[in-house]
Design a protein around this ligand. Structure first.
Ligand SMILES: NC(=O)c1ccc[n+]([C@@H]2O[C@H](COP(=O)([O-])OP(=O)(O)OC[C@H]3O[C@@H](n4cnc5c(N)ncnc54)[C@H](OP(=O)(O)O)[C@@H]3O)[C@@H](O)[C@H]2O)c1
Length: 339
């Protein structure tokens, strides 16, 4: 079968290479063989290929955590899915629900274990979910990392409800899914971006307010003003070093910040006084469990939500797809069609 792989340590985007590997064979106990139809890219995939990702990455890994396809065959003991089902892999193959095991990162697709950018993959039964019936394979392939992460942040951590306000940073995969979930739930979304054009698009998707963080670097003041001096209930923190302190000034007293990413760098000085001054609740998260993915898919089905796909690339064009994500020109998700 055709797969892509990344040399050990990562040698940059141009080192992502298509190679032949043996087919995965017959599924073993509680394993599921999937014919991959589409994959999507995440910021994390750039870190892996550049060698800057902090979590375990196996040698010559097949990249990408995100993919969807159809079940070809199931192994003994599999009861949750059957041949012909349309499925996606959960980011962590061994986090069915509850608290994750300490070594959960060793089961991350496209990192600790081979990922989805291949014609066939062998997944664990506890690490597959059926994709919502109204979604194409391309749309289903956008869900495992960005969408599950922001679902975890907004629902599991922040417990947002209608009438609350959330602040989303940028217009990449995580934040645009956050915007769509907010819109579906009646939550007021404030979104910041480097581009007025992208902010206009975000408003057409239901954003209540858009702030350009280049022309308004003190966006936290604009967010506070927009909420009438109350502050937002929740920040989905993907910016990291350059945004974290500002996020504390954007939340209401007792508000929540979910630490997700470090787009502007990971390390920064933080005044701990801000945490008690704002009575802030801060939690870091790492994607989510198979159960969270299933709960999210029910919500996507009920609300008939369609993921926002920026561009779809052919399997032969995986390297240009990586380049496109790295350019930052995208709005929403970048997809690779596999077959
Ligand atoms: N903890 C987890 O489990 C988890 C899961 C998923 C993602 N992440 C992390 O979350 C972050 C976002 O991931 P993604 O896949 O959504 O990325 P992405 O699709 O590449 O989106 C990146 C976008 O973020 C915006 N951005 C860049 N620098 C910014 C800054 N300084 N302030 C505000 N916005 C900024 C830009 O939007 P504009 O062009 O609109 O300015 C950029 O296009 C990454 O750091 C990723 O590693 C973590």
């Amino acid at each position: 079968m055709k797969v892509y792989q990344i040399p050990k340590g990562g040698a940059g985007i141009e080192s992502v290479a298509q190679v032949e590997r043996p087919d995965p064979g017959k599924p073993g106990h509680r394993q599921v063989l999937v014919k991959v139809r589409a994959c999507s890219l995440n910021f994390r995939d750039l870190g892996i290929v550049r060698g800057s990702y902090r979590m375990p990455v196996r040698e010559n890994v097949i990249p990408l955590s995100d993919g969807a396809g159809e079940v070809v065959e199931v192994g003994p003991g599999v009861g949750r899915v059957a041949a012909g089902d349309r499925v996606a892999g959960n980011f962590f193959q061994r986090w069915p629900g509850g608290n994750p095991a300490p070594d959960v990162h060793t089961s991350a697709l496209g990192g600790g274990v081979d990922g989805m950018l291949a014609q066939y993959v062998m997944l664990e039964e506890e690490g597959v979910v059926k994709i919502p019936p109204h979604l194409s394979f391309e749309e289903g392939a956008t869900l495992p990392c960005a969408a599950v992460t922001v679902w975890h942040a907004m629902i599991e951590h922040a417990g947002l409800k209608a009438g609350d306000a959330v602040l989303l940073q940028g217009t990449g995969g995580v934040s645009i899914f956050g915007l769509q979930f907010a819109h579906a739930m009646g939550v007021r979304a404030i979104i910041i971006s480097s581009s007025d054009q992208k902010l206009a698009r975000a408003k057409s998707l239901g954003a209540a307010h858009g702030i350009n963080y280049k022309t308004t670097p003190d966006w936290e003041k604009a967010a506070m003003e927009f909420t009438g001096g109350r502050g937002v209930d929740h920040v989905v923190e993907v910016g990291g070093a350059a945004t974290l302190t500002r996020s504390f000034h954007a939340i209401r007293v007792g508000g929540k910040i979910t630490l997700i990413g470090g787009l502007s760098g990971g390390a920064t000085e933080l005044n701990p006084g801000l945490i008690f001054a704002r009575r802030a609740n801060v939690q870091g998260i790492s994607v989510g469990s198979t159960q969270m993915f299933m709960a999210m898919n029910r919500a996507i089905e009920v609300s008939a939500m369609k993921p926002v796909i920026d561009k779809v690339f052919d399997f032969a064009d995986a390297v240009p797809a990586y380049r496109h994500l790295a350019s930052g020109a995208h709005f929403g998700k970048v997809v690779i069609r596999v077959s």
